[in-house]
Ligand binder design. Sequence first.
Ligand code: GDP
Length: 206
Amino acid sequence: MKITSAEFVISNTDIEKCPPPKYPEYAFIGRSNVGKSSLINMLCNKKALAKTSATPGKTQLINHFVVNAKTEPWYIVDLPGYGYAKAPKKLASKWMNFSKHYLRSRRNLMCVMVLLDSRHTVQKADQEFMEWLGENRVPFTMVFTKLDKLSSSDVTKNITSYKKKMLNKWESLPKSFNTSSETGHGRDFVLDFIDETNKLFEEPEY
Ligand code: GDP
């Protein structure tokens, strides 16, 4: 898919105030620092679309972006992540519950893109979140980030071992993508997947 435009739409703390669910939507979520903002910018080919956030603030927002607004629009939603080492536990769990509530109620949601740092092994927070998605029948893909930080043999080794560990709990694994926001690796695959999935969208009544 060709990206002709990508714009920020709105930031919210209130699910009711999010844009109407008239276009297909993809939620991006992951542990703090996983490379979420960088990936959104890389996919949209726009450097400062999503801010790269080193220190999370107290308020976490749902950020909507509209892509290809004039041709075949779709939304990216940037959700508060999890695993914020610096945030108080109570606050972090509040953000997570908020995101979960969003994922369960948003009717135009096509897929959750769960971002996973390719350098790390399976983390408890990611595991639990993916299990929650499975239990709640929310479709998701695994998006491995920062591939450029590893040698190609370590990429293969890490990702194979990651998937093997997942298969201890899962009968089969969802689709996965290997990406680098630094080199643009994986961009076409993610965008083609979104393009294909967009075709399945039916506008909900609202
Ligand atoms: P977020 O907190 O998940 O939104 O993560 P950011 O996008 O802000 O990225 C966190 C840090 O990782 C920043 O210093 C980025 O420059 C860096 N980063 C993100 N993606 C990549 C990548 O693909 N390759 C490399 N080398 N660094 C990355």
